[in-house]
Structure formats: structure tokens, C-alpha cells
Design a protein around this ligand. Sequence first.
Ligand code: HEC
Length: 225
Amino acid sequence: MTQDNSSQDNAAGQNGGGDLFNTAAGWVLFAAGLGLGLSILSGKYFHGDKPERPEKLGYVIEGAVEESGGAAAEMSMAEALNMKPAAELIAAGEKAFAKCQSCHTVDAGGANGIGPNLAGVMGGPVAAKGGFAYSAELKALGGTWDWDKMNDWLKNPKAYVAGTKMSFAGLPKVEDRAAIAMYLNAKGANLPVPTFVADAAAGAPAGDETPAGDETPAPAETPAE
Ligand code: HEC
């Protein structure tokens, strides 16, 4: 008899354990569901003020890069203009000019847009295209567009001419400025490219006007066979 009882107790105990387990599992599920729901809700809630943050952060980083990237160890415009063969620079400048195209045409006779037509701008007087309403500030700059002036202008127009109408952040890399200036120069100007001597010790005779022109390769000595 005692055995019957104990086996019944056992059975009851097992049943009870099973119920307990189910109940616990139920609560766990419920809690998980609640947690998920909350996290979705809070995700939605906090998402509301997110769009502002990345934008501000982006600006800060951009500014910092521009400021510190420029001055440190930048090569001179003259050096950048002599880094590559002219044809390569012009091709690179033509590509980079995509950044200017929304406001400028560059071919002779092209229309003024948001900015003036830029044909022949290199070597020409500043702010002198007919039919374009320049800002008083750019007019006041005066002078002609030479390599250095163009370099300063394209690096950061608003810093170079405070109050200019040209809404363009600038080109932080001197290589890009050199390429675009070369491209502009090829469009109706043709200023001579400034010479750049990397090392004064490279003692090329100053009078030699065509240093690269006549590099006659040494006659190949045919090995006696
Ligand atoms: C958002 C429009 C805009 C973009 C983009 C832009 N510019 Fe301009 N640009 C202007 C305006 C407007 C002026 C006239 C500025 C003034 O009068 O203050 C100007 C003036 C100039 C001038 C002086 C022209 C003159 O006759 O003296 C040069 C050179 C120039 N831009 C080159 C460039 C180059 C190169 C780029 C691309 C790297 C570029 N701009 C991008 C609007 C733009």
C-alpha cells in the first residue's frame, strides 16, 4: 500500500513539476516579448532625434579635416603643377571640373550660369566676364588670375574673398587645384606653367630652354655575335 501511495505521490510530483515548468516558460516568453516590444518602442522613440546628430557630427569632421589637412605638409602649387605631364593634369582637371559644372561653363562662348563662363579666365582680369553680375567683394579683389591667385581662390573661396557669391566649399587638395587650374588654362589661356626645381643641386644649366626635348637615347650597342 505504501508503495502505491508513494508512486502516486511521485506521479503527482512529476505533474506538478511539468506545470511549474510550463508556467515558468510562459513567463520567460512573456518577459522576452515585453522586452522586445519595449526595445522596438524605445528604438522608435529615440530614432526621432537621431537625424540631427550625424549631420552635425559630419560637419565637424569635415571642417576638422579641411583645416588640418591644408597647412601641414602641402606641396606648393608650382610643385603640384610639375608633378605630372601637362596632358595628365588637364585630363584630371577635366574630371574634377564636374564639381564646378553645375554653375560654370568653360568653353569659349559658353553661357554664364549661376557663375560666369570660365573660358580664358586664367591670365585674365578678375571678375571681368561681360553680362555677369559679380559680387562687389570679388570685384574688389582686382588683379589677374594667375596660378597662385587661382590656387588661393579654389582652396577656399569664402576664406579668400569674404562675401563672394561662389557657394563652393573649396578643394582641400593642392593636386586637385593644380589639375583644375591646368584645365582652365587649357581653355583659352595658356599661361606658361611655373618652373619648379625640386633640388637646387640638380645643376641643369640655366640657359638650356629645352631640357627634356632632345634626350637622344644612347645608340644601342649591338653585341657582337
Ligand atoms: C554653386 C555654384 C558654383 C560652383 C559649384 C562653383 N562656382 Fe565658381 N563661381 C560661382 C559664382 C556665383 C561666382 C562669382 C562670384 C562672385 O561674384 O563673388 C564664381 C566665380 C568663379 C571664378 C572667378 C571668375 C571671374 O570671372 O573672375 C572662378 C575662376 C571660378 N568661379 C572657378 C570655379 C571652379 C574651378 C569651380 C569648381 C571647382 C567652381 N568655380 C565652382 C559659382 C560657383
